[in-house]
Design a protein around this ligand. Structure first.
Ligand code: SF4
Ligand code: SF4
Ligand code: FES
Length: 338
């Protein structure tokens, strides 16, 4: 075990734990943002630098501070290590610089971007970015390429986090895309125009932290904050079949994996569940999804579940903790008021 102190809070963690995961074990505001690390994808992390922290004491054995900020998703803790994140103004300034770099070529066309409202880059820029850009040059442009009938690629919004490449490598049975070229002309491409099409290819949409890879079957149907997320499952032969249905009225507009507080999906889902099962009758409804209070999706979140008349009282009640009662159409359905 190793003892690490992050922003004054100490925790004992197993040897080999990264600083980022130690911070996640503590939880709260001291957890650094992470745009490329994904706990369930091997070798993810180390690309975006948003998770940088200041190591003010290396360890009990060697207390010297580290000379520059380190990527917390790739740096393991040492016994006695002391780390600063939100308590170090110079570190926060450095992170603002990282965000500025990430946004240099970003179109920031949020009003017409399907990711708006659930975009990690929006959150990151809001929490850590500067109000104005100093960049005066032309932004990058790319030839549009078609990667199939399920997934839309907007290369201008890509931050080259490599998550979709890891998903294709580790979750699907044949990667046909990757990052080509170098430097500021790097891009996600299938190289020879090719469709990304196999049973689990839709997961690239869920892991993409920005609006570079979006669901073609959902595009422009609704802003995400007008939809109501509901957890549901079905007996699927290809995946666990545990998903999130996004309702507008009685219509299921899209199906996604269920994301946790760090925006990571708990279980990968197959393309059948994601793209071909959009009837309520295809699913066993578990209940309203837990949405973070600070998410725009939580605005008027459960107020209008009354429109889900096909979701029975029994189905909803079964999804709630013991002792919590809820009545369809009564308003706030979340017993914890979250
Ligand atoms: S990817 Fe995010 S920040 Fe970029 S345009 Fe879309 S919503 Fe805005
Ligand atoms: S397309 Fe999305 S997931 Fe893939 S590298 Fe770009 S930002 Fe990351
Ligand atoms: S999350 Fe650590 S470098 Fe991207």
């Amino acid at each position: 075990m190793a003892k690490v102190t992050i922003d004054g809070i100490s925790i004992d963690v197993p040897d080999g734990t990264t600083i980022l995961n130690a911070a996640r074990m503590i939880g709260g505001d001291i957890v650094p943002p992470a745009m490329c690390y994904y706990s369930t994808l091997e070798t993810s992390g180390g690309y975006c630098r948003t998770c940088i922290v200041k190591v003010s004491k290396g360890s009990d054995k060697d207390p010297r501070p580290m000379p520059k900020p380190v990527a917390s998703c790739r740096t393991t803790v040492m016994d006695g290590m002391e780390v600063q994140n939100i308590t170090a103004p110079d570190l926060l300034e450095a992170r603002a610089g990282v965000v500025e770099f990430l946004l240099l070529n970003h179109p920031l066309d949020c009003p017409v971007c399907d990711q708006a409202g659930e975009c990690d880059l929006q959150n990151l820029a809001y929490n850590n970015g500067n109000e104005e850009t100093r960049y005066e040059f032309e932004r990058r442009e790319f030839e549009k390429i078609d990667i199939g009938d399920k997934v839309q690629l907007h290369m201008t919004r890509c931050i080259l986090c490599y998550r979709c490449v890891k998903v294709a490598d580790q979750i699907t049975d044949g990667r046909v895309h990757g990052v080509i070229n170098r430097g500021d002309v790097s891009e996600i491409s299938t190289y020879i125009t090719n469709a990304i099409d196999n049973d689990f290819s839709g997961n690239v949409i869920d892991v993409c932290p920005v609006g570079a890879l979006t669901d073609k079957t959902f595009r422009f149907k609704s802003r995400v904050w007008y939809t109501k997320p509901v957890d549901a499952h079905r007996d699927c032969k290809k995946c666990f079949g545990e998903v999130r249905l996004w309702y507008k009225g009685e219509e299921v507009l899209r199906v996604t994996g269920r994301k946790d507080q760090y925006g990571e999906v708990a279980e990968w889902i197959c393309n059948d569940c994601r793209f071909d099962k959009k009837q309520t009758s295809d699913w066993v409804i578990e209940g309203p999804s837990h949405i973070r209070k600070d998410s725009v999706i939580s605005a008027n979140h459960y107020e209008t579940l009354r429109s889900l008349k096909h979701v029975t009282q029994k189905q909803l009640q079964g999804a709630l903790p013991h002792g919590n009662k809820v009545t369809l159409g009564q308003g706030a359905l979340n017993p914890n008021n979250e």
